[in-house]
Design a protein around this ligand. Structure first.
Ligand code: UDX
Length: 437
């Protein structure tokens, strides 16, 4: 099938590459000349494990093309995916101006039937707006479909190639057939394609992310309660997770969710609810809990350093909002840095992938260590903000010898409390008994 993807950001590039992988001919359109040049020359512009190999293969075999020319790019396409940014506007609602502008242009240049697909996460009712924007000047038949993505950063290629489900929102039989054919190779294992109306598809995306965010905030509150009551959140997590109705996944407490999706999507759903004259109470609480959770470790650090944090130096391991990505959007680490610096402390940071993006945002507010162990030099304590695998079995001897105090504040529960006790560390984590020295 011939496909066009408009927007070569994270979602667009993964979508385009993965569609090419099953033999479709894919043209990706972007207004950024620099990006299009890089991509055409084989340079992948985002960090996503596994993408590069697929990208190179499909580019070489001539199934992936890049252009800045929208009219050229969509000429032969049967399906056009819109994977454009929808940043939160001042009022928390998604800003649709990029999507609607392209829709309007499409209306002017389309000459035969095409299926236009909303891939970006967009508020309920957007498909209607896109349809209206196209229709203004359009002389041909077309259909608009809502097909939200459920890609997790770090495993996006796998999520695309073997999705738990594909959601297709459309009232048109013709569009349904085209989309079903396109996705058939991806659901061979038997996972469902769920056909529904456009609004339900649009809401499904927000509901999924908001539900997962709720699960996390719920566990973060249970963790707080565990500490107050002397219970162990790891036990409680296992105890409830083995009930199929609850499920084992997404029950890990920590220092809050971040990234480009959860914070934005929860906020947008609260806004959509308010616009529909409904106060979505649970989600307001979810956001509130998450904001506080990002600084969960701070009171623990402060109570350890009784003489205050002024003049103290901290090593911070992990900057990305989660492992296997260089994405630092809404990353708890950034909030921790700000809080420590505001208290008069200095911070040395290390992350396997996210040093460059942090340097751009934070500049010389912190120092950047070459290695996870040099990061510990002269530090009064170690703080862990992201659960990268390389932090899971560190050289504890080295840590003990380099740090001024044998103190670790772990926001991701990487180590067993008993082991840390045996090793003689002051070790504090989330929702478990502390090993206090
Ligand atoms: C998420 C959704 O999973 C994906 O389906 C959607 O399309 C985009 O948003 P992503 O933002 O890449 O994907 O991250 P994800 O792996 O879902 O993690 C989100 C956040 O939740 C991270 O900050 C992570 O640290 C946190 N988290 C996750 C927890 O704190 N505890 C958990 O048990 C799981």
């Amino acid at each position: 099938m011939k496909i066009t993807v408009v927007g070569t950001g994270y979602v667009g590039l993964v979508t385009g590459t993965c569609f090419a992988e099953t033999g479709n001919e894919v043209t990706c359109v972007d207004i950024d000349v620099n990006k299009v040049n890089k991509l055409s020359n084989g340079q992948v512009t985002i960090y996503e494990p596994g993408l590069e190999k697929l990208f190179e293969r499909n580019l070489k075999e001539g199934r992936l093309h890049f252009t800045t020319n929208l009219a050229e790019g969509i000429k032969d396409a049967q399906v056009i995916f819109l994977a454009l940014p929808t940043p939160p506007g001042a009022d928390g609602a998604a800003d649709l101006s990029f999507v609607l502008k392209v829709a309007e242009q499409l209306g002017k240049i389309m000459t035969d039937y095409k299926v236009i697909v909303d891939k970006s996460t967009v508020p309920v009712g957007t498909a209607d707006k896109v349809r209206a924007a196209i229709a203004q000047n359009c002389k041909t038949e077309f259909d608009v479909v809502s097909n939200p993505e459920f890609l997790r950063e770090g495993v996006a290629v796998d999520d695309f190639m073997k999705p738990d489900r594909v959601v297709i929102g459309t009232g048109s039989e013709r569009a349904r057939k085209v989309m079903g054919e396109l996705y058939a190779p991806y659901v061979r294992q038997g996972n469902p394609i769920l056909y529904m109306d456009e609004k339900s598809a649009e809401l499904t995306k927000y509901a999924a992310n908001s539900f997962l965010a709720t699960k996390i905030s719920f566990m973060n509150e249970i963790a707080i309660l565990c500490e107050k009551l002397g219970a162990d959140v790891d036990m409680v997590r296992r105890g409830i997770g083995s009930d199929d109705r609850i499920g084992k996944r997404f029950l890990f407490p920590g220092i809050g969710y971040g990234g480009s999706c959860f914070p934005k999507d929860v906020q947008a759903l609260v806004k959509s609810s308010a616009d529909a004259a409904y106060d979505f109470k649970i989600l307001n609480a979810v956001m509130d809990v998450n904001e506080k959770q990002k600084l969960f470790l701070l009171p623990k650090i402060k109570s350890y350093f009784k003489d205050g944090l002024k003049g103290k130096h901290f090593a911070l391991w992990g900057l990305a909002f989660k492992p296997n990505t260089d994405d630092i959007r809404e990353a708890p680490a950034l909030y921790i840095i700000d809080a420590l610096v505001a208290e008069g402390a200095t911070v040395s940071v290390f992350d396997p992938e996210a040093m460059a993006p942090v340097r751009q945002v934070v500049g010389d507010k912190v120092t950047y260590a070459e290695h996870q162990y040099t990061c510990l030099d002269n530090a009064d304590a170690l703080i862990i903000a992201t659960e990268w695998s390389v932090f899971r079995t560190p050289d504890f001897d080295k840590i003990a010898h380099t740090l001024k105090n044998k103190a670790i504040f772990d926001g991701r529960n990487l180590f067993e409390v008993e082991r840390m006790q045996e090793l003689g560390f002051h070790y504090e984590s989330v929702g478990r008994t502390a090993s206090k020295l």
